[in-house]
Structure formats: C-alpha cells, structure tokens
Design a protein around this ligand. Structure first.
Ligand SMILES: [Zn+2]
Length: 268
C-alpha cells in the first residue's frame, strides 16, 4: 500500500501546531497535536509517529493532555510514557488504553495500531508552567471527550468537538444530541481562538462553535419533523443527506450520515 504523507509545523499566538496527513485510496485524513505553555495536547497517530515523535522531542512537554481515547489522538502516548512524560486523560477509557488497541481494519490502515500506554486521571484544573487549563467534559464525539480551556490566554483546545461547521457524516458511536449539549456548555465559557485536532487553528472559535450549534439544532429539528411525518431512518437520510462519501464504504458504514439521524431519533 502506498501512502502519501505530509507534515507541517506552525505557530499561532504562542501555540505550536503539528499537522500530519495520510492519504490513500482517494481518502485523505489529517490530525494535529498542539504545544501550549509547557503542555502537549494530544499525540497524533502511531502511523505518523515519525513527525509526532520529532515534535515531542523538540518541544519537550512536561505533561500530555488527551482529549479522548481515539487512536489519532493517543497513537504516541506510549512514546511519551517511554520518555517519562506524564499522560493525563479521562478515566473512562484509561483501562482500555493499557491494552493494544482493537478497532476496524480501515482505521488500523490509516492510523496504525495504537500501542498500549499508561495514564493518570485528569484533575478538574491543570496548572502548567505558567498557565491554568480547565478541563471541560464535552461528550458526544466520544463518551470520554474533554476540551481544555487555557484560562490564562482564552484559547480553547477542542479536540474533535468542532472538526467542521456542517457535520455531514459521523462515527457510529457519536451522538448529535450529546454534541449539541456539549457545544452549549462550551459556549458558556470565555474563549476566542480555538485549536481543533482536524481543522487546526480557528481564529474566531466561539463564532464558529455558535454556527455549528445553529446548524446541528436545525438538523435535529428537521429529523424530528420528518420522523413525525412518518419517515424512517433510511428515508430521512435519503432526504437530508443524499450525498455518498468514499469514507462511508471504505469504513463499511462506521462513518455514515445515517448515524446522525439515528442518534437524534434515539433520544425522542
Ligand atoms: Zn476522535
């Protein structure tokens, strides 16, 4: 299999960003890790370990904060273990991460097999070298998902809560109503710049989150209305999300717009 990989290191408002991409079969995926004050936020995927390890060696973080257990965020946590750097994450999936990851083939192909790693439970507030980070529970994309707000700078590290303004497909385990609740929660905080693990630097982060909330709220209302008209999951999907994306068949349905509809209907 031939993969095309790229990686780019940039700096925005005092935060260092490493973006790495991996492309094959007409699908291109990317992920970011961030270094703020003396803290590393997420670690990239194991398949892209070369650039992420170089980045980690370069910035020498005093600790690593994990937004959620997915393999494109935890792929190099074991490397941080080997360097004696503490890794902190939501306790929900800590135990699962002490074993080698087990997830579908296409994810292993793209992201590699996340090695086992050890972590400590996240406290509510983290004091780094200079700044203070608040840990905010934001489930929906994953049950253990958290966001980190650097209260000293007003910068939000939103993991996979944002990703794109108009969600068209989601993972089977994702819940749109839970994401809506998490965005409402995050909007009660003071922040402006946002660092998203797939969209990267978002200058007007709060505005972007508000737009996403509006979009998802409309989606939820429309799905609910169509359901009351008597349409089933497949009919609602065909009406609202007729477009097919390569990742849908490639992931054998793990990524699908159908999960947007079903997660909304589940809570009615
Ligand atoms: Zn994720």
């Amino acid at each position: 299999m031939i993969f095309k990989q790229t990686s780019t290191k940039t700096e925005r408002s005092g935060v260092q960003l490493l973006e790495s991409t991996r492309a094959a079969f007409g699908v291109k995926l990317n992920c970011y890790a961030f270094y703020s004050d003396d803290v590393l936020i997420d670690t990239g995927s194991y398949s892209l370990r070369q650039p992420f390890r170089t980045f980690i060696d370069d910035v020498k973080p005093s600790m690593v904060l994990i937004t959620h257990h997915h393999e494109d965020h935890t792929g190099n946590a074991s490397y941080c273990n080997s360097k004696g750097i503490p890794v902190l994450m939501n306790p929900l999936y800590r135990k699962e991460c002490t074993e080698k990851a087990n997830y579908p083939f296409y994810r292993r192909v793209f992201w590699g097999k996340r090695p086992a790693f050890q972590s400590e439970a996240l406290p509510e507030v983290i004091h780094s070298g200079r700044d203070v980070f608040k840990v905010i529970s934001t489930p929906g994309h994953a049950a253990d998902h958290v966001s980190f707000l650097n209260e000293s700078t007003g910068q939000l590290f939103s993991g996979d809560l944002y990703v794109s303004p108009k969600t068209k497909i989601v993972l089977r385990e994702e819940s749109i109503p839970a994401i809506i609740r998490s965005i409402r929660e995050i909007l009660t905080y003071d922040f402006d710049e946002m660092f998203c693990c797939h969209a990267g630097y978002v200058k007007n982060g709060k505005k972007a989150m508000k737009l996403k909330l509006e979009y998802l709220t409309k989606i939820k209302e429309k799905v609910t209305a169509l359901h009351h008209e008597g349409l089933g999951v497949n009919e609602i999907q065909q009406t609202m999300f007729p477009k097919k994306y390569p990742i849908m068949s490639f992931s054998r349905g793990e990524w699908d717009s159908k999960h947007i509809v079903s997660s909304i209907l589940e809570e009615l």
